[in-house]
Design a protein around this ligand. Structure first.
Ligand code: B12
Length: 225
């Protein structure tokens, strides 16, 4: 898999959108599971690019190009994947989920992948993207009343935002389930900074298991996961 990651990183860094799309189409043809595409291919590729950046082997501009290609591939992937599974459309799930990154947080590739996973499971999804101020998150949530509100945090100094956001969001009258994830959740135990009914996930596999768990009607109380 490491070879695929290096090859993909090279294409992303050179801004080779067409070639990257061809590889993406091969994943779909070969029925590579989405979880593998997101975690082991796209995420690993971006982490590898991070290492190249840390080692000064690439510039910030190179990294920006790679991020944009990755974003484009991830959004095309979910569209192509949904097309290849049109039958699932009939199994429409009514649940709603909104996703965003906390204020000033620009690392939004991860939350895009999370929102894709929910879309693939036929949830009604709104992705509000990078750097969403708390007030805007609250006002959109009050209006749209999602079942799930998920947020992402990557940069260490954004940790206080998680405390703030989860505290405020848990006071919403319709009691959404709050999900937290991102680079920081992978390296620290964020659970101790979050409110009791917040679910902290380290990777997409955990989110995917949770989606399947609550799909079963008997597990109505998502916080017992
Ligand atoms: C690409 C990148 C950028 C891009 C982001 C583009 C984009 N649209 O996302 C750009 C160029 C904008 C950028 C900017 C900066 N970056 Co940057 N960046 C990276 C890099 C190389 C990769 C991040 C990435 O895309 N990962 C891939 C995604 C898919 O992984 P992920 O976010 O972890 O998501 C996965 C899971 O965590 C999960 N997940 C994510 N969110 C959620 C949410 C929920 C609810 C759930 C359930 C799961 C979940 O799903 C994903 C699936 O695998 C990292 C290196 C690294 N090691 O992380 C540095 C890194 C994160 N950046 C860093 C820094 C310092 C910066 C800047 C401050 C640099 C600067 N001086 O300007 C700015 C800050 C911008 C800001 N205010 O946010 C540091 C952070 C260090 C720290 N101590 O916090 C890192 C670690 C690099 C480093 N080693 O120094 N960066």
């Amino acid at each position: 898999m490491r070879v695929a990651v290096k090859q993909l990183a090279e294409l992303f860094l050179k801004g080779k959108v067409e070639e990257s799309l061809t590889i993406m189409e091969q994943w779909i043809e070969k029925e590579v599971p989405s979880m593998e595409v997101y975690e082991e291919l796209l995420t690993e590729t971006m982490y590898h690019i991070g290492e190249l950046w840390e080692e000064n082997q690439i510039t910030v501009a190179d990294e920006h190009i790679a991020s944009n290609v990755c974003k484009y591939i991830a959004s095309n992937y979910v569209a192509a994947k949904k097309k290849s599974h049109l039958d699932q459309e009939r199994l429409k799930v009514k649940n709603k989920a909104m996703f965003f990154c906390v204020d000033e947080e620009k690392h939004d590739l991860g939350i895009q992948m999370v929102s894709n996973i929910f879309k693939e499971s036929n949830w009604d999804v709104r992705l509000l993207g990078a750097s969403l101020p708390l007030e805007d998150a609250l006002s959109f949530a009050r209006k749209w009343q999602p079942d799930v509100i998920g947020m992402s945090v990557s940069i260490a100094y954004h940790l206080p935002s998680i405390i703030n956001y989860t505290n405020e969001l848990q006071q919403l009258s319709f009691k959404p389930t709050i999900l937290v994830g991102g680079r920081l959740a992978r390296i620290y135990n964020l659970k101790e900074y979050c409110t009791d009914n917040t679910l902290v996930f380290q990777n997409l596999k955990e989110v995917h298991n949770w989606i399947n768990y609550i799909r079963d009607d008997e597990h109505g109380d998502a916080s017992s996961f």
